[in-house]
Design a protein around this ligand. Structure first.
Ligand code: ME8
Length: 507
């Protein structure tokens, strides 16, 4: 089996501009993609935009423009955000692209050929904001008698002719899938929610709409457009050309696919999506990971509250790597968390400026000042130092397991434990007291500290690629082909000619 790995973010709706929640999912996915590539895995990372459906059509009407014009305008903003976030994505798919439309239609035909699609009438609740059909029992009744969804969105009652997918037929197969593959849905708490949902009884799913026309036309019945989720989910394999051609150049990536999503859209990915693929006789993804929800200073982030955090603004103010670090470090990946400026500033000042920045600054400046800018040799290294320097290499397997379980913040904590050990090492040996009295010991402390800084530079690459590049550049190491091999690069006698502060403190 080829050493391939496919990882995706959700494809984001273009009814509005991106906010911090989108940036979060993308950064976390980028972290995993970069880590996998460093581990020598051929990684294909997909992101993109979801451009059909009633929500987009309504937003376009509101702005008095054609839906495609709205899509073009806002899709570019998501693409620009991907650049700004320094995402290492291999593809950016738009659901208005022909390659996607053909793949989505082909998926529909496969479901139809398997006799899983039939025409009937839908009568029930629909949330345009979530683009989701809801059973009344899954809605929250408010004091004024109206209903809202668990995501807080309003619902409307709709009645229209619709094609249905025989979702109910797949209940047992889905439960078997979850049972046979305990890591198919992570984290575990969310897996349990999905299992309860399926066990509570699946109804057939409406998979077309005919009261508006902004979507992919149903093959052979142009009065209907495909339900936007059936359309959108197929974008993942369509990026690889897999639905149209299982033997396409990139199709083999599909056999090892991981979808990173927010908890709001887990049901679509963990229930509808595998059922569609089972019906179409296509391979299933290997893992669906649902992360938690960010609030802003304790409040739900929503357009109506006017409190959406603009990633462009916050990055301009605090720096990209600072924001990447904060988002990945602040909360357990999978749990909810709160975005507060005080927490952001304290992470920047304590973890980045003090712990990492000062470690580099004070130790490497000593090399520049007292060692003719040259990293000392390691002739005097003792067993205790050797053990310290081999810690990261020895822990690599354990760190990889953390990433396979999506435990990103624990990975970061472990790297910061090493930074703290390095600071302690430097403080305990007090090289400033040794520089005249014991040159051998002085050189040794500076060598060991510089080497551990180099290793930290390698390990922070998935978190903060720009900072990683800056640190490795101190030692003249280029990161074009970054891999864990760089942990072993010998830096003795390397010339260091410029030490720039990494993270200015913030007020
Ligand atoms: O659902 N906290 O697109 P979308 C954390 N087009 N993550 C958040 C967040 C928050 N407050 N707000 C949004 C869609 N997200 C569909 C997906 S995939 C085939 C189709 C992130 O623009 C999170 O990943 O509404 C969430 O699942 C996603 O943005 C929803 O993006």
């Amino acid at each position: 089996m080829p050493n391939n790995y496919f990882i995706t973010t959700p494809i984001y709706y273009v009814n509005d501009i991106p906010h911090i929640g989108h940036a979060y999912t993308s950064i976390a996915t980028d972290f995993i993609a970069r880590f996998k590539r460093m581990s020598g895995v051929n990684t294909f990372f997909l992101t993109g935009t979801d451009e059909h459906g009633q929500k987009i059509q309504k937003a376009a009407t509101k702005s008095s423009i054609e839906p495609i014009a709205l899509c073009d305008n806002n899709s570019i903003k998501f693409r620009e955000l991907a650049n700004l976030l320094n995402l290492s994505n291999n593809d950016f798919i738009r659901t208005t692209e022909q390659r996607h439309i053909e793949g989505a239609k082909s998926l529909w035909s496969k479901l139809l050929n398997n006799n899983d699609i039939y025409l009937d009438n839908y009568k029930g609740w629909y949330s345009v904001s979530d683009e989701t059909f809801y059973n009344e029992k899954d809605l929250i009744k408010q004091s004024d008698g109206t209903f809202k969804t668990f995501t807080g969105s309003p619902v409307e009652w709709i009645e229209e002719e619709s094609y249905f997918f025989r979702l109910s037929k797949y209940s047992d197969q889905l439960l078997k899938l979850y049972n046979d593959n305990p890591n198919f849905i992570l984290p575990k708490s969310r897996r349990n929610e999905v299992i309860s949902f399926v066990k509570s009884g699946l109804k057939d799913l409406s998979v077309s709409r005919n009261t508006f026309d902004w979507g992919i036309k149903v093959p052979d019945d142009e009065k209907h457009v495909m339900y936007v989720w059936l359309d959108a989910l197929s974008s993942y394999p369509n990026s690889l050309g897999y639905i149209l051609d299982k033997d396409s150049d990139l199709s083999s990536y599909w056999s090892n696919a991981t979808h990173i999503v927010g908890k709001d859209i887990l049901r679509h990915h963990a229930v509808y999506w595998p059922a569609f693929l089972m019906s179409a006789n296509l391979e299933l993804p290997k893992k669906i990971f649902a992360h938690g929800w960010w609030t802003n200073e304790g409040n739900k982030i929503s357009k109506s509250l006017g409190n959406a955090i603009d990633p462009i603004e916050i990055i301009a103010k605090y720096g990209l790597d600072q924001i990447r670090y904060f988002l990945l470090r602040e909360i357990t990946f999978g749990s909810d968390g709160d975005f507060s400026l005080s927490a952001l500033k304290s992470r920047i000042n304590a973890d980045l400026s003090n712990d990492l920045g000062n470690l580099c600054q004070r130790s490497l400046t000593m090399i520049v000042k007292y060692c003719d800018s040259t990293v000392p040799g390691h002739e005097n290294i003792n067993d205790v130092d050797k053990k310290f320097l081999s810690k990261i290499s020895n822990d690599l397997d354990e760190l990889s397991i953390l990433i396979d379980n999506q435990e990103i913040n624990i990975y970061i904590r472990k790297i910061w434990d090493i930074i703290s050990d390095a600071n302690k090492y430097f403080n305990d040996y007090k090289p400033w007291e040794l520089k005249d009295s014991n040159r051998l010991a002085f050189n040794n402390v500076l060598y060991v500290t510089a080497d551990i800084i180099k290793q930290i530079g390698v390990m922070i690459y998935p978190i903060m690629p720009n900072t990683s590049e800056k640190i490795l550049d101190f030692f003249d190491i280029e990161i074009d082909h970054i891999s864990f091999e760089l942990l072993n690069t010998n830096i003795a006698k390397v010339k260091i000619d410029h030490i720039k502060p990494l993270f200015p403190r913030v007020e």
